[in-house]
Design a protein around this ligand. Structure first.
Ligand SMILES: Cc1cc2nc3c(=O)[nH]c(=O)nc-3n(C[C@H](O)[C@H](O)[C@H](O)COP(=O)(O)OP(=O)(O)OC[C@H]3O[C@@H](n4cnc5c(N)ncnc54)[C@H](O)[C@@H]3O)c2cc1C
Length: 613
């Protein structure tokens, strides 16, 4: 072996850097982090909050995956970014900072993971962040009275804040409109019990108004520790096993660095934090996966587990844009690269750390499907489920399916739980982007301004896969999320999206929408008809970039890859700590759950090895 450490962490992204920073708090514990990308911590494209779309698709920052043609979307191919740099996806994400729901996290335990519930994970959501309080003016303007200090972090590394906005009328019109429709914010999302409309916090440092990510919050303060080593531009090719004992034991990692093959020894454990596509890929390349696939690729089988790379869940998002009244300010001019608008925004950001470059430009909500919780809601939902069950046996199979289905049905029937994430941004959408990057926003020369309402399905029943197609670590996996393939997903997505028609006709937002105004290219004039809404939901679907669950924490017979202590089933000395272990799609955005899981993983590891005692 070329070097030896207590722990080797594969992936210097969101979860990997949390675990690396926590384990090396003990000076006697040595950690080596292997990262395929490079460091871009001071790059303004990473640090400036609104610039994140501009780096998507660039090989310097992004693995730039694309799905296979999606059957549920009439063959559409969906671009799917994943961070490839120090900080991983936390360095290129959309900064939305929203916690998971208590019901979803409690379900992890009920699925067969003892010790995983909101009571246990809730404190970790607090541990990793510090929320700055908005000024009185912004708090009032953005309707932030829902913030509950008792559930928020006050000394964690990630800095979160609200936009310091007190003039733009669109965010509060959104929140007030959702409230007027009967869905006011019911609490703080970090309480685990939230639904309604809101302006969410962002992972933005309130002082510098720059992105706060795993690189700045966890890596920067730890990087001078002599016991923390990081190697970048290093592609992990496989995990090395000692197969002499009763069960195989991970003892190191083989990497490719500067054109050379290097082997690294782990005295205690190999920890995978390579993300939702990187971690299952590395297991398969190393002989842990479906025997049939591995034998076909001439990879010696170490553990036959067909669950590796399965169970992929992601939030599909469909959207429709509405032209706004003359004079209503949006960021369309910025996305059209109008020199005057860009200059003014840059000036405002440089001088006051404010304006459109300082924020994420989204306002959100977590809502039930209105059709299922209204006066005839229960019978409508029962009828929909009955029809679907009778005519379409579930396309997802395996022992997890009944538990998953039961959970999703219970959420759809519950007014207090959000089944959909409806959010708005102030620009026109391009629902058929040619590439992975910023072209999801329209850049044509049209002078009109728009708002776009997006509907993302929180708990898809469609579960897909990510698998290798060769034994070469440089090849990207084949990704099939099976978006909207389950008929209930399409039914829910279409009903969520058509609710946009109700939202734009309700005051106060209606005042800003131009009557008879234009919509984005391809959008129907009215989404009221459910069949029209279904067809357009498919046409406009994209990814919300929240894939999870390809190495799910579940009992092996239920589709699991890791156990409740995050050990890979059937192997010793190997753990996974990233988004791939989350067994159920998160309600809303994923980063907070990834941070919370990684913090808990670090505690589990420390306890197991008596680190820091
Ligand atoms: C474009 C985008 C927008 C998003 N927006 C939001 C948002 O607004 N709010 C939110 O909450 N969440 C958002 N997310 C999701 C969230 O950021 C991710 O779920 C989370 O960061 C994933 O963390 P992770 O540790 O699992 O993986 P990552 O942070 O992706 O880390 C994995 C790391 O492993 C490295 N790696 C992979 N394979 C190898 C290998 N073989 N060898 C060496 N290194 C390897 C990668 O380069 C990467 O650095 C977004 C994600 C993306 C991509």
């Amino acid at each position: 072996m070329d070097s030896e450490h207590d722990f080797i962490i594969v992936g210097g992204g969101t979860s990997g850097l949390v675990v690396a920073a926590r384990l090396t708090e003990d000076p006697n514990t040595s950690v080596l982090v292997v990262e395929a990308g490079t460091e871009h911590t001071n790059d303004p494209r990473i640090r400036t909050p609104a610039f994140w779309l501009s780096v998507l698709g660039s090989p310097d920052f992004d693995w730039a995956y694309k799905t296979v043609p999606q059957k549920g979307l009439d063959g559409k191919v969906i671009p799917l970014s994943q961070g490839k740099l120090i900080g991983g996806s936390s360095a290129i994400n959309g900064l939305a900072f929203v916690a998971n729901s208590k019901a979803a996290v409690d379900a992890w335990g009920a699925f067969g993971n003892p010790g995983w519930d909101w009571e246990t994970l809730g404190p970790y959501y607090k541990r990793f962040h510090t929320l700055a309080h908005p000024s009185d003016a912004a708090g009032k303007h953005l309707r932030l009275s829902y913030v509950d200090e008792s559930v928020r972090g006050c000394d964690g590394p990630i800095k979160a804040s609200f936009p310091e906005e007190s003039k733009d009328p669109l965010p509060n019109a959104w929140v007030d409109t959702i409230g007027a429709l009967g869905f006011p914010a019911s609490g703080d999302p970090f309480s685990g019990k939230f639904s309604g409309g809101y302006v969410n916090a962002l992972s933005v440092d309130p002082e510098s108004r720059t992105r706060s990510d795993a690189a700045t919050a966890y890596f920067e303060p730890a990087k001078s520790r002599p016991n923390l080593h990081v190697v970048t531009s290093a592609l992990a090719e496989k995990i090395l096993f000692d197969t002499a004992g009763a069960s195989p034991k991970a003892v190191g990692v083989q990497i490719q660095k500067d054109g050379k093959t290097v082997t690294l020894a782990a005295k205690k454990e190999v920890i995978l934090a390579a993300g939702v596509f990187g971690s299952p890929k590395l297991l398969e390349l190393s002989g842990v996966g479906n025997r049939e696939l591995l034998e076909k690729l001439n990879i010696p089988v170490v553990v036959d587990n067909p669950n590796v790379g399965e169970n992929l869940q992601d939030h599909p998002v469909s959207s429709v844009s509405f032209e706004v009244e003359e004079g209503v300010k949006t960021i369309d001019a910025l996305t059209r690269q109008d020199p005057e608008a860009v200059g003014a925004a840059m000036q405002e950001y440089m001088t006051n750390k404010s304006g459109p470059f300082a924020v994420g430009n989204f306002t959100g909500s977590l809502l039930p499907v209105a059709d299922f919780v209204g006066p005839d809601g229960k019978s409508t939902l029962d009828q929909v489920i009955k029809q679907i069950t009778a005519s379409n046996p579930s396309p997802s199979s395996g022992d997890f399916t009944p538990h998953h289905t039961e959970f999703v049905h219970s959420v759809l029937a519950n007014r207090a739980e959000g089944a959909g994430n409806l959010f708005m941004y102030a620009a026109c959408a391009n629902v058929n982007p040619d590439s992975v990057g910023a072209d999801i926003i329209v850049k044509d020369a049209s002078p009109a301004n728009f708002v776009t309402i997006c509907a993302a399905l929180c708990y898809p029943l469609s579960r897909g896969s990510a698998h290798i197609t060769s034994s070469n670590a440089a090849d990207l996996s084949v990704i099939d999320p099976r978006y909207l393939e389950h008929p209930l997903d399409l039914e829910v997505q279409a009903r969520l999206l058509r609710y946009a028609e109700t939202i734009v006709r309700t005051e106060p937002l209606s005042k800003f929408i131009k009557r008879g105004g234009r919509r984005n290219a391809g959008a129907p004039a009215d989404l009221g008809d459910l069949d029209v809404a279904k067809q357009y939901s498919k046409l406009s679907a994209l990814s919300c970039w929240h894939p999870t669950s390809t190495c799910a924490m579940l009992p092996r017979e239920r589709g699991g890859v890791v156990d409740a202590r995050l050990h890979v089933h059937g192997v010793e000395g190997l753990r996974i700590v990233d988004s791939s272990i989350i067994p159920l799609a998160t309600r809303g955005n994923t980063q907070t759950t990834v941070y919370a899981v990684a913090e808990r993983a670090a505690d589990l590891i420390k306890k197991e090895y008596g680190i820091g005692n």
